[in-house]
Design a protein around this ligand. Structure first.
Ligand code: FAD
Ligand code: A2P
Length: 307
């Protein structure tokens, strides 16, 4: 039922990156947010990467300089947030959504700034950078995308591939059901929120739900995480998830995966997961929280990109 294309990868290898140019870099978090996340438009014209990046794949970025061991920095991956035909239909333009990694160093107590995310977010229109790709073969839409329904789960910049998927789907008149569950720390961090809200208003087959973790608490005192939306919006999500032609995609923080499986299991929706060999002898109704965390893997209907 689900047929996936065999997309080319590493047309440009990370060890031989090519020069591309920043066209635009726009802040996507609202001004009072403590986080800095940018929508970055990259021009790949004149390189073998023209038209190569498809929704769900990633761009490799190689920051200049060397790491603590004196070796050139390793490639970092950033999800494509533009549609498969390129941003605005231009095959020369690919976009991504990057969060500056800024923290206190866990060990030294010094300021910790991630190498590549800060390199990328400091780039301005006209600057160049070295990129490779595409990367990723499995976190993509099926060939027969119009015959399926979709449930997407994102935290933070995990929204990037879903912007791309939604553009691919609705630019080609998608008629099935698609739901997006998006979790962020604050409302100021709901990336592409205006566009997503308008998309949901325009298309009654698109359902957009948000989970804000640091503003208020649930009745039991815990934070609202994206996996809670499965239960909070059961009326909409259960019929979509129960359909045989639905695919589930998870992108962002690894921690959400077990919570999603566990909440789906509480509704009897086991088709999106499969047991690892450590729990094969146990009926699925007896899986514990640690089983969900350690031993439950995605099934063929679940695509996962966590980092
Ligand atoms: P680095 O310099 O590599 O630092 C991060 C490392 O430092 C981590 O390994 C961590 O263990 C360690 N570290 C983190 N915080 C601290 C601390 N406080 N003290 C000490 N050590 C610490 N990111 C995006 O923003 N947008 C995307 O669309 C995106 N897509 C991705 C897609 C894929 C498939 C993958 C694998 C990753 C994606 N990422 C994305 C993450 C991205 O690749 C980088 O990992 C991220 O930007 C951090 O890279 P950096 O060079 O800035 O940080
Ligand atoms: P919090 O950090 O309040 O615990 P970002 O990548 O922009 O930081 O957003 C990640 C979001 O995912 C935050 O709201 C974060 O909440 C939330 N989050 C953290 N841990 C989990 C988890 N185990 N499951 C689901 N969401 C999580």
């Amino acid at each position: 039922m689900f047929r996936f294309p065999d997309l080319p990868i590493n047309v440009v290898k990370p060890k031989e990156p090519v020069e591309a140019k920043i066209v635009e870099s726009k802040i996507c978090t609202l001004e009072s947010s403590p986080n800095f996340i940018r929508h970055i438009v990259i021009d790949v014209s004149g390189t073998p990467l023209v038209g190569q990046f498809k929704a769900g794949q990633s761009i490799g970025v190689v920051a200049p300089g060397v790491d603590a061991d004196g070796k050139p920095h390793k490639v970092r991956l950033y999800s494509v947030s533009s549609p498969s035909g390129g941003e605005g239909g231009n095959p020369n333009l690919v976009t991504t959504t990057v969060k500056r990694v800024v923290d206190e160093n866990w060990e030294t107590q010094e300021l910790f700034t991630g190498v590549c995310s800060n390199y990328l977010c400091s780039k301005k229109a006209g600057d160049t950078l070295m990129i490779s790709g595409p990367s990723g073969k499995r976190f993509i839409l099926p060939e027969n995308k119009e015959e399926c329904n979709y449930v997407f789960f994102a935290t933070g910049t995990g929204i990037a591939p879903f912007r791309a998927f939604l553009l691919d789907l609705f630019n080609s008149g998608f008629k099935g059901q698609v739901a997006l569950c998006f979790g962020t720390p604050y409302r100021t961090d709901l990336l592409y929120h205006k566009w997503l809200t308008e998309l949901a208003e325009k298309h009654e087959n698109f359902h957009y739900f948000t989970a804000i973790s640091r503003e208020g608490r649930r009745a039991d005192g815990t934070k609202t995480y994206v996996q809670h939306l499965v239960l909070d919006h059961k009326d909409v999500l259960e019929p979509i998830l129960a359909a045989d032609n639905t695919l589930m995609y998870i992108c962002g923080l690894e921690g959400m995966e077990a919570g999603i499986y566990s909440n789906l299991a509480s509704m009897g929706l086991y088709d999106y997961m499969k047991p690892g060999k450590n729990i094969l002898d146990k009926p699925n109704t007896e899986w514990t929280w640690s089983d969900f965390k350690e031993n439950v893997k995605p099934s063929d209907r679940t695509m996962v990109e966590v980092y």
